[in-house]
Design a protein around this ligand. Structure first.
Ligand code: ADP
Length: 658
């Protein structure tokens, strides 16, 4: 459980850190790209605004040119007849506000070459004054070319030009905390789009100039055109997306920014920060700005008059809310994806942890089972567990453990059996040796007594029985001595197949083998072994006879020989007889162990066999299934050097020569 928690926590920490880094980098990038994007847009907007402003000035100039050329101005100046000029009065706008796009004049004046006013359309009574203070007029007369520029005019001058303009000039100033210091309570200046067009006679001599002016205070046509051009009618959450404003100095004189009570926010003042940068330093200002009642991504650019003095600013701004919301939405999606990732990581790590822990539990159970001695324990195969390799390794380990355990047990059994049989053999040999001499004495004296007896002696029969039984004893004793006897010394390299065949030929025609099918599977090319052929024949005869006894004259005897993987010569003798009881199995090699009727068997056959194989440095093993049959396996070492370097056995022919 603790492992699982640790796994889940590690997973979460890893994904969490990645997510946190990705998120913060993501936020920064989203923020920066959005800001860059908006700033680029605002820059474009302010450029468009400048273009609209300049265009208004150009339109004024074009309009003026039209009047200057079309109207009978020549005569008016040369003949002093002002009557025809009366028509120009129609060009002065009568209503205070105009709709966007319509360009109407607020001032129209005709001056002579010296700048003296000959005719003033909006105020016909006031004339004769010289207006060379107006740089636009002055330059036009001097250079005999059209000149246009925005300029500032004080209130009294404007009123002198057109008495009806006073109300538009005088804008009450609304101060706020952040706004720049402005002393006046009411604006007493106007920004005017001014244009002067020279009047020339046919010879190109200057006659005077026609001068027009549009007061921009509270003239919303330019700002509304900018708004329409740049932002169309785009709205966001019930608010207009963007605005435009014209400033005189730091005061809004025309704007489409609305106050809370839904009036145009003229008279409000720009912040000190913007004022210092744009008006005082003459540089553009971009950034967030709180305009009247909301945040705007804003741009301010200075407006210059004809003498290159900064007289005001143009402003465009986009409602920040839309971009802020856009950014928030992106950030939200980002966060949602991150959170989803973490949830997925959690689920995966939880599941993974669970399966690992489960598998560990299964492994633990398995090790415990094996530790408790259940070497047959195998892990349940979970193909989809993802631990196949581990499972396989574990199962292999368990199998090899079992294998080794079995071999160890066998080896142990063999050692104990060898020791037991060795001591038994020693004892038997000792007893046999001791009995052998007295038996010899009994036989000798019995024979002597028998010779001295007359042919009709009634004891003669008994004496003959004594001699017969004593000879039987002597045979048994001889067998016992054979059991412990070392090989006769004439050990020669021999072909085990030949020994087997010789032994088989001795018995196969006997009556007890008549009902038995004999199968031989003798490998060709077996290496020779060092051995005493007559003693080995004894071994095989013993085994064949035991097999036929066990089969009671009916069954199959299979005799096979082969080379094992370790180069040993292996002979197996299998029968389909009654088998050996499990309880007897450990004892069959002991001398005098027999299950046969008294007189049928001595119980010495297998113990002698065992002794002989031992003396040949071999091993004899038995496997038996009661009721099905018995297999004896004899393993003998090959003659030293009987195998060539390549590990290949000699051919049968070579072996015969050997
Ligand atoms: P004996 O043959 O005189 O009994 P052995 O030492 O040859 O003595 O055999 C000992 C015992 O082993 C036998 O009595 C018999 O019970 C058992 N035995 C030996 N070989 C076989 C066999 N092939 N099948 C069944 N039992 C066997």
């Amino acid at each position: 459980m603790r492992l699982q928690i640790r796994l889940v926590i590690s997973f979460l920490v890893a994904t969490g850190i990645t997510a946190a880094v990705a998120s913060s980098v993501g936020f920064m990038m989203i923020g920066k790209t959005t800001l860059d994007e908006v700033q680029r847009k605002v820059q474009q907007d302010i450029n468009t605004a400048k273009l609209v402003f300049r265009h208004s000035l150009e339109r004024l100039e074009n309009q003026l040119q039209f009047y200057a050329v079309r109207s009978p101005i020549h005569e008016a100046i040369t003949k002093g007849n002002l009557e025809p000029l009366e028509d120009l009065r129609l060009l002065i706008r009568s209503d205070t506000f105009t709709s966007p796009g319509h360009l109407a004049l607020d001032m129209l004046t005709l001056v002579d070459t010296s700048g003296r006013v000959i005719f003033r359309a909006a105020n016909p009574e006031a004339k004769g004054d010289v207006i060379l203070w107006d740089s636009v007029v002055k330059r036009c007369l001097e250079e005999k070319r059209p000149v246009s520029s925005p300029i500032l005019m004080p209130l009294d001058v404007i009123v002198a030009q057109n008495p009806r303009l006073a109300s538009r000039v005088e804008i009450p100033i609304v101060k706020t905390e952040k706004s720049v210091e402005i002393r006046e309570k009411v604006l007493r200046q106007g920004m005017v789009l001014r244009s002067a067009y020279p009047i020339l006679d046919r010879d190109g001599r200057l006659l005077g100039a026609l001068v027009a002016g549009i007061l921009l205070n509270k003239d919303y046509s330019i700002v509304d055109t900018i708004k329409e051009t740049v932002y169309q009618a785009e709205r966001y959450r019930g608010k207009d997306m963007g605005f435009s404003t014209l400033f005189l100095g730091g005061v809004r004189i025309a704007t489409n920014v609305m106050t809370r009570d839904n009036r145009r926010a003229v008279g409000t003042i720009v912040s000190k920060e913007v004022y210092d940068r744009v008006i005082l330093q003459g540089r553009d200002w971009y950034g967030r700005a709180f305009v009247v009642n909301d945040w705007y991504i804003s741009a301010y650019t200075p407006i210059y008059d004809i003498d290159n003095k900064i007289i005001g600013m143009l402003y465009t701004g986009i409602l920040e809310a839309k971009y802020r919301d856009m950014m928030m939405r992106t950030v939200f999606i980002f966060l949602a994806v991150t959170a989803l990732g973490m949830v997925i990581a959690f689920i995966i790590s939880f599941r993974l942890g669970q399966s690992i822990v489960n598998r560990i539990k299964i492994l633990k159970r398995a090790t415990e089972a094996i530790a408790a001695g259940d070497l047959d324990y195998q892990l349940p195969s979970g193909a989809s567990s993802g631990f196949d390799m581990l499972d396989e390794a574990f199962n292999t380990m368990a199998r090899s453990l079992k294998d080794r355990d079995e071999r160890l047990q066998k080896a142990f059994q063999r050692i104990t059996q060898t020791e037991r049989l060795a001591s038994l053999g020693q004892m038997a040999a000792g007893v046999a040796h001791e009995i052998n001499n007295p038996l010899g004495g009994i036989l000798l004296y019995s024979n002597l007594v028998l010779e001295e007896m007359g042919p009709d002696d009634p004891s003669r029969d008994n004496m003959q029985k004594i001699i017969y039984q004593t000879e039987r004893c002597k045979k048994i004793v001889q067998n016992l001595l054979d059991f412990a006897r070392t090989p006769s010394g004439d050990m020669t390299p021999l072909s085990i197949n030949e020994v087997i065949m010789t032994s088989l030929n001795l018995v196969k025609d006997q009556s007890i083998f008549h009902g038995i099918e004999i199968v031989t599977e003798l490998s060709e090319g077996l290496p020779t072994i060092m051995g005493d052929p007559s003693r080995l024949e004894e071994v095989f005869l013993n085994l064949f006879i035991n097999a036929s006894d066990a089969m009671c004259g009916k069954g199959r005897l299979r005799i096979a020989s082969r080379v094992s993987s370790t180069g040993m010569v292996v002979i197996t003798i299998s029968d389909t007889g009654k088998g050996i009881d499990r309880a007897y199995l450990p004892h069959i090699f002991e001398p005098f162990f027999t299950t046969k009727e008294p007189g049928q068997g001595t119980g010495l056959g297998l113990s002698i066999t065992y002794g002989i194989i031992q003396k040949h440095n071999g091993i004899i093993d038995v496997e038996s299934e009661p009721g099905r049959g018995t297999t004896f396996t004899i393993t003998l070492p090959p003659t030293e050097g009987a195998r060539d370097d390549r590990g290949e056995p000699h051919t049968a022919e070579e072996m015969k020569i050997g």
